[in-house]
Design a protein around this ligand. Structure first.
Ligand code: GLC
Ligand code: GLC
Length: 649
């Protein structure tokens, strides 16, 4: 018998014993219709992971009840949105989409204060706001909120769930989508499940990976990567209270959930639906690469991690089809691609582009960027990249060693160079960054710092170097310009838009000083937004630069939104015939073409006109300057750090 037949019988039986009387007639019809459509896939995934367990079908039945309750609790406005999004499933590929990620306390400082920030978001053109974790979390160090103690409670310092719902609908009214984190690899050690485990309840001890001694942890650790070697060596933490070793991939207070237990899958699905029902348009799947453990492997990117995410995706299709997943896989580029699928994660961060933009800025060379993007940029037309330059985390140099090798670049040495460069230890570097997670065993490290400081603004302001300031601003425009034009949702990291410098105050805070990522978690103050909105005038060089950055970004965003070519069109990475330059072609089904050419060096560069031939027209217009560019004159000149957005006439 085929699995489809199996799943049909199974669904009939489950439905026969599932009480749908709490649902409205309309909801009951929707629910059964969606189950008919998506249950076969869910059944397939679920039984693939849990089928060998005697109680698999019991849990599957329970899961269907969780889904039913999820639909019951979904507000009418969100159900309406479900229908709209089902009719326009590729909304996220639209040129209108521009994202911003921010911490509530650094922007608000409360959820209610964020209502006042809506005009600010709108003045930039932001249509997607990712509020970094705002759930109840341990006091003091909570990994910036990524240690969740209760998914259904907002951190009291920020507000309440009611406030969050109110904000979600206020944003939605203004055409802004709310994006929330789904932190599902781990909970904090203060989550009710962890507390029950600590109290000795066997059922909840099975929610996590607990070991009586080092035997099994030692076996796993042979092949595990250390994520935060600066705070603790290895991936396990000894808990005195229960005298057991707990699997803690990240900080010791972040306990990894045990997804080999179907009860965990069900319980987390229920939490996920709660977040979906608050009114989020997308859920950011935090640390998704780590959710499945397999002895003898790195326990990252395992096949069953994918199957589980697909199963979660089925659940969303049944209850809240307006909601999409965003993958946060900061891993090898080939592995990043595997999460991207209509039935898995429709959106994905693009860590390769991010890292290689910084690489090109340091080296002034684009061959690794060009070669890597040729290999890895193209993804399913049903999905889209989320292109970013900075985020609240560190920069990891996750390029493919094999691609580097092909170009004669020694990956290990090159990463070392990049770390030296961006921490300002390399002579002549313009960057002010901070090393992060230095691993004493292998010398590995990653880099932290704000966009502006890494681009040289901090150093230039300090030395009163006006050309340096100018160059730094141009570097920022160049990096963001590529995220606005290359294809995907550009994601601003709040504080970048006003060019804020590194904030070193974390070094005086006992709950933060061991985690250098705080250097790039920077408040956007009222003074910043007033200046940006033109309500005050710049009073010093720092503010002048800040305003330049804001206005520059705002202008590029406006141009993006006026031209459909930035939305649903293909991207072809080109050879720019000048190794300081990066070029790509956008093309849509109406035959419109856009050629983007970028100069990564502080010197003028020339480009042969043959590149322009890809536009197949007699002339084109640079959308950034509104100047006409003829095709058949002498070589094209690009000023230092200049980019051109050439639309074929
Ligand atoms: C993600 C977050 C990061 C956090 C980690 C553990 O990578 O972006 O800030 O430390 O997950 O939750
Ligand atoms: C590692 C993880 C990534 C996480 C980061 C936090 O790079 O792969 O998921 O965001 O650490 O620093």
């Amino acid at each position: 018998m085929s699995y489809a037949a199996d799943s049909g019988v199974c669904l009939d039986r489950i439905l026969a014993s599932t009480d749908l009387s709490g649902l409205s007639k309309k909801d009951a019809t929707t629910f059964t219709r969606r189950l008919k459509e998506h249950f076969p896939r869910l059944f397939d995934k679920y039984t693939y992971v849990y089928g060998h367990q005697y109680d698999c079908y019991f849990h599957l039945q329970k899961l269907v009840e969780i889904l039913r309750d999820g639909l019951k609790n979904r507000k009418p406005a969100l159900k309406k949105l479900d229908n709209e999004r089902l009719k326009n499933p590729l909304w996220y590929r639209d040129e209108q989409q521009v994202g911003m990620a921010c911490y509530v306390d650094l922007m608000g400082p409360t959820l209610n204060d964020l209502h006042d920030k809506i005009p600010y978001f709108k003045s930039l053109g932001v249509t997607y706001v990712h509020l970094m974790p705002l759930y109840d979390a341990p006091k003091g160090d909570s990994d910036g909120g990524y240690a969740v103690s209760d998914y259904r409670k907002v951190n009291p310092t920020l507000g309440t769930v009611k406030d969050l719902e109110k904000l979600a609908s206020a944003l939605q009214k203004e055409g802004i989508n709310l994006v929330l984190d789904f932190v599902f690899n781990h909970t904090s050690d203060e989550h009710a499940w962890a507390k029950a485990a600590l109290a000795g309840e066997k059922q909840f001890q099975d929610y996590y990976y607990l070991f009586d001694d080092r035997t099994i942890p030692d076996q796993y650790e042979h092949t595990l990567r250390e994520i935060f070697p600066q705070v603790r060596r290895g991936s396990f933490t000894f808990n005195e209270q229960i005298e057991k070793w707990v699997w803690t991939t990240f900080n010791s207070f972040q306990w990894d959930l045990n997804y080999s237990n179907p009860e965990v899958f069900n319980a987390i699905t229920s939490e996920m639906l709660f977040l979906a029902n608050i009114g989020s348009a997308a859920l950011r799947l935090d640390a998704l690469a780590f959710i499945w453990k397999e002895l003898g492997t790195s326990c990252e990117n395992q096949e069953k991690a994918h199957v589980l995410i697909q199963a979660f995706n089925c659940c969303l299709q049944i209850v809240a089809p307006a909601v999409v997943f965003k993958s946060e896989a900061i891993v090898h580029p080939d592995e990043v691609l595997k999460y991207i699928d209509k039935d898995e994660c429709q959106l994905s961060y693009n860590p390769l582009l991010m890292a290689l933009l910084w690489n090109s800025l340091a080296t002034r060379k684009t061959r690794l960027l060009t070669r890597s993007m040729k290999k890895s940029f193209s993804i399913s037309e049903n999905c889209t990249w989320v292109n970013y330059v900075r985020c609240h985390d560190d920069i990891g140099w996750t390029f493919d060693d094999a691609v580097a090798n092909e170009l004669g670049i020694n990956a290990f040495d090159h990463r070392h160079f990049l770390n030296q460069f961006y921490t300002g230890r390399f002579e002549g570097s313009f960057a002010n960054g901070v090393p992060f997670a230095e691993n004493p065993s292998n010398g590995d490290c990653r880099v932290c710092g704000s966009l502006a400081s890494l681009c040289g603004l901090e150093g230039a302001l300090k030395s009163n170097d006006s050309k340096g300031i100018d160059d730094a601003v141009k570097r920022m425009m160049l990096l963001y310009g590529i995220t606005f034009s290359i294809g995907g949702i550009p994601l601003l990291y709040s504080s970048d838009e006003v060019g804020k410098l590194n904030d070193y105050s974390y070094r005086f805070d006992d709950t933060k000083k061991h985690d250098d990522r705080w250097v790039n978690r920077i408040a956007v103050t009222r003074a910043d937004t007033e200046l940006a909105l033109g309500n005050t005038s710049p009073a010093n060089p720092t503010e002048t630069a800040s305003l330049h950055v804001f206005n520059g970004l705002r202008k590029m965003i406006a141009i993006r939104k006026q031209n459909a070519i930035f939305g649903q069109s293909s991207t072809q990475i080109l050879d720019a015939d000048n190794h300081h330059c990066f070029a790509f072609l956008r093309e849509n089904t109406q035959g419109h073409k856009l050629l983007v050419i970028c100069n990564f060096s502080e010197h003028p560069q020339t480009i042969q006109r043959s590149l322009l031939a890809t536009l197949k027209g007699a002339s084109s217009r640079d959308l950034l300057t509104d100047e006409t560019v003829e095709m058949n004159a002498s070589p094209l000149l690009l000023e230092p750090f200049q980019q051109m957005w050439l639309l074929a006439n």
